[in-house]
Design a binder for this molecule. Structure first.
Ligand code: PRP
Length: 215
């Protein structure tokens, strides 16, 4: 039997994923040692391997077949636009992609004016404004703390993730429009899906049962 390799998104998503996998009898003892600098972890009995990667890299590892399966946020899947199968909504990591800004920017959105949009997600922002709203915009790509942009006058609005809404509240910004809901998803390499159909299908089915129990 060949190894099935999982690429997990480093951080909270990986922890939640490992909790869920444990519920269906999949664990990786090697990963418990938080002081370890090891990058690739193996469960020899189940012939599984796991590694942690930065979110935007997960779809890349899966598309090239370096990982058979990836666990990553829907935001990253949309932004990276790689050729993988998206097979399951894991039901955690729930948040929303939104257009946010000061209340005063609401007018600009209604009248389809040429506005500046700051975001870590230029593709999602472009798709939304060009294709859904038919509005021409100027996109400014940032790498973090996006909420700063309208506060210091870099942009009129932002396109960003809202989870609890506290970052917006504490900075005097609001949700102006919702782009789409987000959550953690399982993606699968297209060739792996054919070669390892039985094992992957069973994994999806087992996970589905546990996810349904949680909801
Ligand atoms: C994300 C997102 C928002 C914030 C939303 O940022 O970009 O800034 O979380 O969460 P909230 O609605 O619960 O306040 P993250 O913490 O990932 O860091 P970043 O600013 O570096 O992107």
């Amino acid at each position: 039997m060949r190894y099935l390799t999982f690429a997990l998104t480093k951080g909270r998503l990986a922890n939640k994923t490992l909790e869920l996998l444990e519920k269906i009898g999949i664990s990786c003892e090697e990963m418990q040692d938080k002081s370890s600098r090891k990058l690739l972890f193996t469960n020899e009995d189940l012939k599984l391997r796991f590694f942690l990667a930065k979110g935007p890299d997960v779809p890349t590892y899966v598309e090239y077949g370096a990982a058979d399966i990836g666990i990553v946020g829907k935001d990253i899947i949309m932004e990276e636009d790689r050729s993988n199968y998206e097979v399951l909504d894991l039901g955690f990591g729930k948040c929303r992609m939104c257009v946010c800004g000061p209340e005063s920017s609401k007018e600009l959105l209604m009248h389809h004016e040429m506005i500046k949009v700051a975001t870590k997600y230029p593709k999602i922002a472009k798709d939304y404004f060009y294709n859904v709203k038919s509005q021409t915009i100027d996109i400014i790509k940032l790498n973090g703390s996006i909420e700063l942009a309208p506060i210091v006058g870099l942009s009129h609005v932002i396109v960003d993730i809202v989870e609890t809404g506290s970052t917006l509240r504490e900075n005097g910004l609001s949700i102006l429009e919702e782009v789409c809901p987000l959550s953690a998803r399982m993606i699968v390499n297209q060739v792996s899906m054919r070669l390892e159909y039985k094992r992957i299908k069973k994994l999806i089915n087992d996970l589905k049962v546990k996810i349904d129990e949680n909801n």
